[in-house]
Design a binder for this molecule. Structure first.
Ligand SMILES: [Zn+2]
Length: 141
């Protein structure tokens, strides 16, 4: 028997599900081959761990305890929003929007030249009232 055939039949050998002839062949190979013997030991250990895990009993009171704690937290009001949060959140949003608008206005004012704050704008100064014809002059003619 070679190593590949032995390793393919190792699971069935450990479970006792091999025909008698195969059983003795795998057994004799395991006595002579160290790597297959190590593999079978690992497989045996894994099977033992799986068996122990399957046998672990579920605590029947775990569900009861968890549900009782959840109900206790619900009764204590845990998870509900604090009283002020319903009012506080819209107020904070409104305040932040107002601050953003004010900041925009301030930013717009910064771009204006600061030198002629009190002066008449150039566009208005170009309009010369004196050159406009008065209605009185027209009526006299
Ligand atoms: Zn081998």
């Amino acid at each position: 028997m070679n190593c590949q055939l032995c390793q393919e039949n190792l699971d069935a050998y450990l479970g006792g599900g091999l025909p008698a002839g195969m059983m003795t062949q795998v057994e004799s190979h395991l006595k002579t081959c160290d790597s297959c013997k190590r593999l079978s030991e690992i497989q045996l250990l894994a099977n033992r761990v799986i068996r122990v895990e399957k046998e672990t009993e579920v605590d029947p009171f775990l569900v009861t305890r968890v549900l009782a704690n959840i109900e206790r937290l619900d009764a204590a009001g845990f998870g509900n929003a604090p009283l002020g949060a319903g009012i506080l959140r819209p107020a904070l949003i409104t305040l932040s929007l107002a601050a953003a608008v004010l900041f925009g206005i301030m930013l717009g004012n910064l771009s204006r030249p600061a030198g002629n704050a009190g002066k008449i704008p150039l566009e208005l100064a170009l309009i010369n009232d004196a050159s406009l014809e008065s209605v009185d002059i027209l009526s006299l003619e």
